[in-house]
Design a binder for this molecule. Structure first.
Ligand SMILES: *Cc1c(COP(=O)(O)O)cnc(C)c1O
Length: 462
């Protein structure tokens, strides 16, 4: 080693070997916890007091730095994989997926191009092809794993607009002053964020009594758009309630309007794996593009969103970056994942899911998803039998929303704080049409009816 810094930081010196063992042991110990403590946030003052001053000219040494993480920083992070973590959308990676996430880091695989990462890209594409098959898209479909659903939705919509521009140019049509998309009132905030980034309008169509977007509502909303409508977005599993839009009707409406059909399945698309729930997704094969977040309900560590296009060439036309130093990549016909979304350098973040699927088989995934849905429906029954509790809606996938009679937001908040402090569960107050409620998002196979009942019972304790 001629580079002295490299000799210290990159070589297999005794100190490095010892640190390797220590850090891997830490990871092993964390993985062996069943479950890990729920933990919770700390104040800025607390963290300043106990974890400041770690960035120094000479370094603390790995042992000391790990100690700060173990004793101060990690306990200040909620364990999102704890079975009592039920807020937002939890995460519940399989053992194989977590282990392989370590390998992805250890091997420095570059996932942006075929030239550099063909093996990894091939494996990721096997997973995308499997997802496409479940959804019913043709073999020629393809896409990329991106950081999250927000980026997935944005990238799909950028492709949709680019395609609309190309079509209008080809047909010698004028380009509109404003571009627009239609989504439902129950759709995810990331679509509004995407519209802001793209400087386009988003029209929020009404939902039916069950919270679903229907074909008629899309056509009605389209009347509000004078010109420049280029996409309709359906949600296959709303984040608030886990309700699947009428994908068939919405797809037909999009076709009638002659626009791109995108399906946001970030949370709920995984539900298609449950044979009993599959019928809810009827018509999903009409999609021009879809996303699903394996970091939500396909048991994969953060951060991972699968983005799939019916015609990936359209995405490459919209997203491929050109530059002198990139010519070697872009002048070839090889499959470069970077070309299919707003990204360039990328971690091969689909590999942990690939390894886990290859390890356990798709059948294990079907069972795990089906069991989550079963648990959701069972706890909904328990709730509907309690006099003081009321379901806000019948659950469809694995999200259960309910109210407690007479409770104000402050009551939910107090209860939420208390059960987090006790390490029992993490259930932040949610709301529907201005009324506060409690919401369980169930995607962790370790979350069972017994624990959920215990959490419900805790509402009556002081
Ligand atoms: C979570 C979610 C998103 C955003 O995904 P991120 O991975 O958090 O960026 C988009 N749409 C739906 C329906 C979601 O549930």
């Amino acid at each position: 080693m001629t580079n002295k810094a490299a000799a210290k930081m990159h070589s297999s010196s005794q100190a490095t070997i010892a640190l390797r063992e220590e850090v891997l042991q830490y990871a092993k110990d964390r993985m062996a916890m069943d479950p890990a403590p729920l933990d919770g946030p700390q104040s800025l003052e607390y963290l300043r007091k106990h974890a400041s001053g770690t960035i120094t000219e000479t370094g603390l040494g790995g042992h000391k730095a790990l100690k700060v993480f173990d004793e101060v920083l990690a306990p200040a992070c909620i364990s999102t994989d704890h079975p009592g973590y039920l807020s937002f959308i939890p995460v519940a990676p399989t053992e194989a997926a977590t282990l392989f996430d370590l390998v992805v880091s250890a091997t420095s695989v570059y996932g942006g191009s075929w030239l550099e990462g063909s093996g990894a890209v091939f494996a990721e594409n096997e997973v995308l092809a499997w997802l496409a098959k479940e959804v019913g898209l043709p073999k020629t479909s393809g896409g990329v794993f991106v950081q999250g659903g927000s980026l997935g939705n944005l990238s799909a919509l950028v492709t949709a607009r680019h395609t609309a521009i190309q079509e209008r140019k080809k047909n010698k049509k004028k380009l509109p002053k404003r571009w627009s998309i239609i989504a439902s009132k129950e759709s995810h905030s990331s679509l509004k964020a995407a519209a802001r980034v793209m400087d386009i309008d988003i029209v929020l169509a009404d939902v039916d009594d069950e919270g679903r977007l229907r074909g008629k509502a899309v056509l009605k909303a389209a009347k509000k758009v004078k010109d420049g409508l280029f996409a309709v977005v359906a949600t296959s599993g709303t984040t608030n309630f886990g309700i699947v839009d009428r994908l068939d009707e919405v797809g037909s409406a999009a076709k009638k309007l002659g626009v791109w059909y995108h399906i946001d399945g970030a949370y709920g698309l995984a539900g298609i794996l449950d044979p009993k729930s599959r019928h809810l997704f009827k018509g999903i094969s009409k999609a021009d593009s879809f996303i699903v977040d394996p970091h939500k309900w396909l048991f994969t560590p953060f951060d991972c969103c699968a983005l799939v296009y019916r015609k990936p060439k359209l995405a490459a036309a919209a997203h491929t970056q050109h530059g002198e130093y990139l010519d070697a990549l872009t002048d070839s016909d090889e499959y470069n994942p970077s070309d299919y979304a707003y990204n360039l350098t990328r971690r091969a973040r689909g590999l942990p899911l690939w390894f886990s699927l290859a390890t356990y088989g798709v059948g294990a995934y079907r069972k795990a998803v089906a069991e989550n849905i079963e648990v959701a429906h069972k706890i909904a029954q328990v709730i509907s039998k309690r006099k003081d509790l009321k379901l806000v809606r019948e659950p469809e996938l694995s999200i259960v929303v309910f109210e407690k009679e007479g409770w104000q937001l402050a009551d939910y908040q107090k209860w939420s704080d208390r059960i987090l402090a006790e390490g029992l569960g993490f259930v932040v107050p949610s709301s529907h049409r201005g009324k506060p409620n409690a919401r369980f998002a169930i995607v962790n196979p370790r979350t069972d009816v017994k624990l959920l009942t215990q959490i419900i019972d805790s509402m009556d304790e002081k």
